[in-house]
Structures are given as C-alpha cells and as structure tokens.
Design a binder for this molecule. Structure first.
Ligand SMILES: [Cu+2]
Length: 156
C-alpha cells in the first residue's frame, strides 16, 4: 500500500511538471504585455543592420514546422551576404525556449549573394508572446536583433 502511494506521488509530480507551461496560458498572466513592438523590420541593436523577418503567407499554427525568410541589409540598403546568424529566444513569460532548434542558411531561392536567408525549422509549441533573437556575425561586424511575435489563441 505504501509503495502504491509512492508511485502515485511520482505520477502526480510528473503530471504537474508537464502541465507547467500550458497552465500559464489560461490564466491572466498568459496575455502579452501591452505596447509590444511587433514590427517585422527593425534596425539591429548596434545599428549595423536592418533586418526584415518574413513569415510565410498563411497564418502560423502551433506545432507546425515552417520556414521563414530573413532579409539582412546595411542601413544604406545594401545586401549583407555571408552572414552567420544564430537563432535564439523563447517565451519570456514562461521561461522556456523554442521546441526546435531553428537554423539560418542562405536563401536557396535568392542565392548566397542576395543577403536573403532562410530560417528553417521554425515551430511554436503554444500561443502567446514569443521573442526571436538573432545574433548576426557578418563582414560588417557582429550585432543582434530581437523581434516580438504574438501567436493568437486561434493558432492552436
Ligand atoms: Cu509557454
């Protein structure tokens, strides 16, 4: 009998750990903070690059893999080819990252010289406020940029 209760306790703990993230969503603290900058074209923190984050045409769905496009230009509008771009981010309100490890490669459609990149393996595990951080290492110097993305409840 004691053993049985032990297993039950373990099961309950495991269940509550798993539910940890999604349980935030149905309470008030799941709402994104007001006044978020949702621009998809931004200047990097150090002012070295202008980055355009392009989602595919159809609305993003939770748990669906997507490829996005990243267009990197100098502030004067010149393409920035040859950049290595590291992807990071997650949900600031829930303290977790992306369910996949997206990577950035030169856009196969536009070619390596274009300064257009493809963000492969994008996936969101739940609706809400997500932050995408890109660390850019290019001949023009290193810089970083952060985008806010909000997935509506209807995305799940
Ligand atoms: Cu979350």
């Amino acid at each position: 009998m004691t053993k049985w209760f032990g297993w039950l306790a373990i099961a309950v703990v495991a269940l509550s750990l798993q539910a940890g993230c999604s349980s935030h969503g149905d309470e008030g603290n799941g709402a994104p903070p007001p006044g978020l900058d949702l621009s998809t074209t931004k200047t990097s923190t150090g002012g070295k690059y202008v980055v355009d984050l392009r989602r595919p045409g159809q609305p993003t769905r939770v748990n669906k893999l997507e490829s996005w496009q990243i267009v990197v230009r100098t502030p004067a509008g010149a393409p920035v080819p040859g950049a290595s771009i590291r992807f990071g981010g997650g949900m600031p309100q829930h303290d977790h990252g992306f369910p996949t490890q997206p990577r950035v490669v030169p856009d196969p459609a536009s070619g390596a010289a274009s300064g257009d990149y493809q963000l492969q393996g994008m996936k969101f595990s739940m609706p809400g406020w997500w932050v995408i951080r890109l660390d850019i290492d290019a001949p023009g110097g290193t810089d970083d940029i952060t985008f806010n993305v909000v997935l509506p409840p209807s995305a799940s």
